[in-house]
Design a protein around this ligand. Structure first.
Ligand SMILES: Cc1ncc(COP(=O)(O)O)c(C=O)c1O
Length: 310
C-alpha cells in the first residue's frame, strides 16, 4: 500500500496537488539518479550505445500502458513543449480557423496566440458552461462554431483549473467526420484516468507523465496518428534529421523529435519504473477510493454551508 514514506515530501504538509506538479516517489527518483550516474560513468558509451534502445524501452512501456504503438509516441519535456511542436508543424495560414474552448490552460493558449501572430490563422473560443453539459450538447455546441475554414480543434481532456473530463472520443470522432484535425491536451490524464489512445483516436494527443504517473519533472509524451507523423517538425533540429543523421531509431518521426543535442534525458528512462510503481501499488484503485472520499467531503461541507454542490 502506497504511503507518505514512499515520497520525499515535507512531512508537515498534506500534499493534494499532483495536478500542478506531481510528487515523484523515492524509488523512481533513485532510479533517475542511478541513470545520471550511468551517464557519468561512461558518457560516450551512454550516448552512442545505450540511450536510443533505452528510450525505445520507455516508449514501449508507455505505449503498452495507453494502447498506442511505441513508434507513434515521442518522448517530450512537457505539455507546453508538445503544444508548441504540434502548432509549429500545422500547415495553417491566414483565413484558417482554430477552435479552442474557454477551459484551456494559459500556457497553451499563449502558444496558440504566439503562433497565430507567426502564421495569421484565427482562434475561435467555444464557450462551454459549467457544470459540463451532456456529450451530445457539447458536440452540438462545437458544431455551431465550425465552418469551411475550421481546420483544427484543440481541447483539454481533463481541464486544469476545473478538473472536468471532456468526452475526448466523441469530440475526436466529430472532428474526423468533419475533416478537422483534433489535438487533445491530456496533460492531466495519464495516471489519473484510464487512457486508451486507440479508442479515443485523436490526431495528436499529449500527456504529462510527471503529474499523475509519478515520473520526475520534464517527462511527457506526444502521440501522433501515423498518417500525420511525417508533418511533425521538431522545435529543435539536430542529429536526428537530414541525410547525415545519427542516433537512428528506425522511424523518421522518432529520430527527428527525440534528439535535442546533448541533454540529460534520464527522466525519460524512468518511465518503466513510474509505471511499475503505479501498478504495484494499485494506484488506479486508490484513485477510486479518493474520488469517493472527495464526494463524502463535499457532502459534509455542504451540510455545514447549506449549499448543494453535487
Ligand atoms: C491542461 C494543461 N495543459 C498543459 C499544461 C502544461 O504542462 P507543463 O507545464 O508540464 O508543460 C498544464 C499544466 O498544469 C495543464 O494543466
Amino acid at each position: 500500500m502506497i504511503n507518505r514514506d514512499d515520497f520525499l515530501l515535507n512531512k508537515d504538509i498534506y500534499f493534494f496537488n499532483n495536478g500542478s506538479f506531481g510528487a515523484c516517489p523515492k524509488t523512481v527518483f533513485n532510479k533517475y539518479h542511478e541513470w545520471q550516474r550511468v551517464i557519468e560513468y561512461q558518457p560516450v558509451e551512454f550516448f552512442q550505445e545505450t540511450l536510443i534502445p533505452e528510450l525505445k524501452r520507455s516508449r514501449q512501456s508507455i505505449g503498452n500502458f495507453i494502447n498506442a504503438h511505441c513508434d507513434s509516441l515521442t518522448l517530450t519535456r512537457n505539455a507546453t513543449y508538445a503544444t508548441n511542436t504540434v502548432i509549429r508543424s500545422l500547415d495553417l495560414e491566414e483565413g484558417d480557423e482554430v477552435l479552442v474552448t474557454n477551459h484551456e490552460y494559459g500556457a497553451c493558449i499563449n502558444a496558440w496566440e504566439f503562433w497565430q501572430k507567426e502564421k495569421g490563422f484565427k482562434i475561435k473560443v467555444i464557450d462551454i458552461e459549467l457544470p459540463l453539459p451532456e456529450t451530445s450538447d457539447i458536440i452540438r455546441k462545437i458544431r455551431s462554431y465550425i465552418n469551411p475554414e475550421t481546420k483544427v480543434i484543440f481541447f483539454s481532456h481533463i481541464t486544469s483549473s476545473t478538473a472536468q473530463l471532456f468526452p475526448a472520443r466523441e469530440i475526436c470522432k466529430f472532428a474526423r467526420e468533419n475533416n478537422i484535425i483534433s489535438i487533445v491536451d491530456g496533460a492531466h490524464t495519464i495516471g489519473q484516468c484510464p487512457l486508451n489512445i486507440m479508442e479515443i483516436a485523436p490526431d495528436f494527443y499529449f500527456s504529462n507523465i510527471h503529474k499523475w504517473l509519478f515520473a520526475p519533472k520534464g517527462t511527457a509524451f506526444l502521440y501522433t496518428r501515423k498518417k500525420l507523423q511525417s508533418m511533425v517538425k521538431p522545435l529543435i533540429t539536430g542529429w536526428g534529421w537530414g541525410l547525415n543523421r545519427e542516433l537512428q531509431s528506425g522511424s523518421d518521426y522518432i529520430d527527428t523529435n527525440q534528439v535535442y543535442g546533448t541533454s540529460d534525458l534520464s527522466s525519460f528512462l524512468t518511465i518503466p519504473d513510474s509505471i511499475n510503481f503505479y501498478n504495484k501499488n494499485n494506484v488506479a484503485d486508490l484513485k477510486k477510493k479518493c474520488n469517493a472520499l472527495v464526494k463524502y467531503f463535499i457532502r459534509e461541507a455542504d451540510k455545514i454551508t447549506k449549499k448543494k454542490s453535487l
